[in-house]
Structures are given as structure tokens and as C-alpha cells.
Ligand binder design. Structure first.
Ligand code: AMP
Length: 211
């Protein structure tokens, strides 16, 4: 498989970002991530859609999904410009899954399986270095440098109440997407509670086997 088209699914905090970065590097494909794309466009004016909020950032800070019209357009544009890719953060509901089917064929659909207790723990302890963008965890992966530790910030949507809302939205909207690919017979389940390197081994082998 020269340039694989990979979809990575999993709850917020399951490790999609970490594993996608490794996939992009190892298999030389583009990392297409709706979360990052939306974070760079938080202030975009979407008031002409006449929906609940006027910017993507307002949906994100509330832990809600950004409207499909906005997200579908971002993904369509990104995928049309890449051969191989790892798509992360999309589709998050059945409508988006159907939309994606019209955009491209997938070679592998990975699902990082992590229990809800572990997800809450991972998300509420996650911190970011605003200067480098590096991600740490207060308990699992604290920075060695005290200076870095002092400047760490929490992503606004990693605050406990918002995490609970994101997981509720995930259960309601995105779990049906997992079932959709499972019924289709294409879902490859990976145990996401292992150490990151072990998860990566399983992810790599699963993609290679799909070639
Ligand atoms: P993430 O970094 O993937 O956890 O995404 C952060 C936030 O961006 C989510 O809580 C949503 O508000 C928004 N978002 C990301 N991807 C999507 C999507 N496919 N559909 C709707 N909203 C999204």
C-alpha cells in the first residue's frame, strides 16, 4: 500500500492525536485533524448559518459539536489535497460518516478502545505548553523542566465539566459511528489502555496487515 487512507476513531482522550502523529510520520501520510483545524479557526464568523452560536469556538468551549456544514467543508477540502492520510476527529456522527463515504474510500478503520474512567483521568490531567504546543499529563507524563511546568495551561475544553459533556456527546453521537463501521465489517479494534508504545505497535501492525 503506497499511501494508505486511514481513519482513526476513539473517544476524546483515547490517544488519537498521539497515534496519528506517529502514523503520519511512519507511513508518510498527512495528518488531517478537525480538532486542530477548528482550534485555528475558533473565531471564524459562521453567523450566516443562523445557528445557535456565531463561531466554532463557542461550540468547542461548550463541549458541543461544531455544525456539520462547517466541519464537512474542512474535511472535504483537506482530503481533496492529499493522497494518503490519517483522519482524526471525524466523523463524529452518522451524518458525517455518510458524508465521508461520498468523499473517499478508506483502507483501514482503527478504533482505540479505552474505558470511560481512564478517559476522564487522562483528559482532566492533560496540560499543554503554550510555547511549544507539546502535550503533558500531570501524573503520567510531567515535564522535567520546572520552567516548562510553571507555564503549562489546560485546554479550556479539558476542564472537568466540559470533559463530562464531551463524553456525553461522544456516547450519544459518535458511538453509533463505531457501530456503523463494525457492522460494515471494517472496524479494527486496538486496546488503547496499553502504554503508548504498545498501542503504536498494534496500530502499525494493523495498518501493515491491511495493505
Ligand atoms: P478534539 O480536539 O478532536 O477533541 O476536538 C475538539 C472540539 O472540536 C470538539 O469538542 C468539537 O467541539 C470540535 N470538533 C472536532 N471535530 C469535530 C467534528 N468532526 N464535528 C463536530 N465538531 C468537531
Amino acid at each position: 500500500m503506497a499511501q494508505p487512507r486511514i481513519l482513526i476513531l476513539g473517544a476524546p482522550g483515547a490517544g488519537k492525536g498521539t497515534q496519528s502523529a506517529k502514523i503520519a510520520d511512519h507511513f508518510d501520510v498527512e495528518h488531517v485533524t478537525t480538532g486542530d483545524a477548528l482550534r485555528s479557526n475558533k473565531e471564524m464568523d459562521i453567523s450566516d448559518l443562523g445557528l445557535e452560536y456565531d463561531t466554532p469556538g463557542e461550540y468547542m468551549d461548550a463541549g458541543e459539536l461544531v455544525p456539520d456544514e462547517v466541519v464537512n467543508a474542512i474535511v472535504d477540502e483537506a482530503l481533496s489535497q492529499s493522497d494518503g492520510f490519517v483522519l482524526d476527529g471525524y466523523p463524529r456522527n452518522l451524518e458525517q460518516a455518510e458524508e465521508l463515504e461520498g468523499m473517499t474510500d478508506l483502507d483501514v478503520v482503527l478504533y482505540l478502545d479505552v474505558s470511560e474512567d481512564e478517559l476522564v483521568h487522562r483528559l482532566t490531567g492533560r496540560r499543554m505548553d503554550p510555547e511549544t504546543g507539546d502535550i503533558y499529563h500531570l501524573e503520567y507524563n510531567p515535564p522535567e523542566d520546572a520552567e516548562v511546568e510553571d507555564r503549562l495551561v489546560q485546554r479550556e475544553d479539558d476542564a472537568e465539566d466540559t470533559v463530562k459533556e464531551r463524553l456525553r456527546v461522544y456516547r450519544e453521537n459518535t458511538e453509533p459511528v463505531i457501530e456503523y463501521y463494525e457492522e460494515e465489517g471494517s472496524l479494527e479494534r486496538v486496546d488503547g489502555e496499553q502504554a503508548p508504545d504498545e498501542v503504536w505497535e498494534d496500530v502499525k501492525v494493523t495498518i501493515e496487515d491491511a495493505a
